[in-house]
Design a protein around this ligand. Structure first.
Ligand code: NAP
Length: 291
């Protein structure tokens, strides 16, 4: 980086980027550019608003210096047929949040599951024998629920969503692991009763998110207790209405920001082959959030 905070660009600078629509709110450029600089790597990370996904990928693939992508809404599923190969985990989950260019080929991966597991572990939560409740059935819920099932640690995973078909699909996919008891139901009917008997409550909906549903508690009417853990994947604001309620009740918190950080750490290592400077990335994220 130059003194002005911009990366110094050379003819050999490698390009990584986040693609989505919208992406202008993304914290990833601040985090990854700080990491490249700290690691002394000649890389730059940009944000591209993309509507023509196949055109974008064909163009990037043809560029020698292109190294990889973060993929966000609405392209996480649509990108799959455009890639040369897809990791088994991403194939099972059914979406890709990371692209790595390797030997001229585009490889798809998903890093949300491993990021979430590290965030949970980091909060000191022991998953063994626990009952875990998800609100939401989208890409993030799928990635994390698959990673939890694959760990074989929880006793039961409960999937609640507002669309019955999506609940059945995810619960059915998870049951294939045969490692953990799986149940599903409708959010509007079962949230309060299921939450009472769950150890870890995970919000995987956008409720509580800045600029969208900021004032909405994603677990309305739920009485939280001290022994429970709350994990809100929404990280902006850090203290969503759900997290505020959890703090008042003395619950353990798994920060959504930790998931964002740890999934990005995996991305950085896939693109560069170098160890990610985690504390630099965390500080950059915090600064970007405060701005
Ligand atoms: P997604 O694929 O669009 O899924 C969103 C889910 O939320 C769907 O199950 C959807 O239900 C449900 N939903 C949407 N609005 C709702 C409402 N008003 N009431 C109840 N349910 C509602 O999104 P995603 O990628 O899974 O992301 C979900 C959240 O996690 C987002 O806020 C995202 O920012 C966050 N996230 C955080 C991280 C992190 O690193 N911390 C990573 C990924 C995602 P239907 O499908 O039935 O409409």
């Amino acid at each position: 980086m130059t003194a002005a905070g911009y990366p110094s660009i050379s003819a050999g600078t490698k390009l990584c980027a986040v693609i989505g629509n919208p992406v202008l709110h993304s914290l990833s450029p601040a985090m990854h550019n700080a990491a490249f600089q700290a690691a002394g790597l000649d890389y730059v990370y940009l944000a591209f608003t993309v509507s023509d996904l196949p055109g974008c990928l064909a163009g990037l693939k043809a560029c020698e210096g292109f190294q990889g992508l973060s993929v966000t809404i609405p392209h996480k599923v649509a990108i799959m047929p455009c890639l040369d190969c897809i990791d088994e985990e991403a194939r099972q989950v059914g979406c890709v949040n990371t692209v790595v260019k390797e030997k001229g080929q585009l490889r798809g991966a998903v890093t949300d599951g491993v990021g979430a597991l590290r965030a949970i572990e980091n909060s000191g939560v022991d998953l063994k024998g626990k009952t875990i409740l998800f609100a939401g059935t989208g890409g993030a819920a799928r990635a994390v629920a698959f990673a939890l099932s694959a760990s074989g640690l929880p006793r039961e995973i409960i999937i609640l969503g507002r669309t019955a078909e999506k609940v059945d699909l995810l619960a059915g996919d998870l049951a294939q692991f045969g490692t953990t008891k799986v149940n599903g139901g409708l959010l509007q009917e079962e949230l309060i009763t299921r939450a009472r008997t769950s150890d870890l409550l995970i919000n995987a909906t956008p409720l509580g998110m800045y600029g969208v549903d900021e004032n909405k508690n994603s677990f309305p009417g739920v009485s939280l207790e001290k022994g429970q853990t709350v994990f809100d994947m929404v990280y902006r604001p850090e203290k969503t209405p759900f997290v505020q309620e959890a703090l008042r009740s003395g619950c353990t918190i798994v920060p959504g920001l930790d998931m964002l950080l740890y999934q990005a750490v995996v991305q950085f290592e896939l693109w560069t082959g170098c160890q990610a400077p985690e504390s630099v990335m965390r500080d950059a994220l915090k600064r970007a959030l405060d701005n």
